[in-house]
Design a protein around this ligand. Structure first.
Ligand code: ZN
Length: 69
């Protein structure tokens, strides 16, 4: 499960944006400057472990299927 947690962006060493690799849900910290690097990461991790992970089988295919009628 841990390897599905990816941090995408940092702001002054504090993680600001993370993602679940499985369901592509993104998590972001709001007051990073107040939280600090460790707490920011903890915050993202908590959000990650609390999220409802639903793996879509072909998410990209659904997004791209637009029919020109
Ligand atoms: Zn997930």
């Amino acid at each position: 499960m841990e390897e599905d947690f990816v941090i995408l962006k940092y702001h002054e060493r504090a993680p600001t944006l993370a993602m679940c690799r499985k369901c592509k849900v993104k998590f972001f910290t709001v007051h990073v400057s107040r939280l600090g690097p460790i707490q920011a990461e903890q915050y993202l991790w908590e959000k990650f472990s609390a999220h409802d992970c639903k793996v879509a089988e072909f998410p990209s295919r659904h997004l791209r299927s637009r029919r020109a009628v």
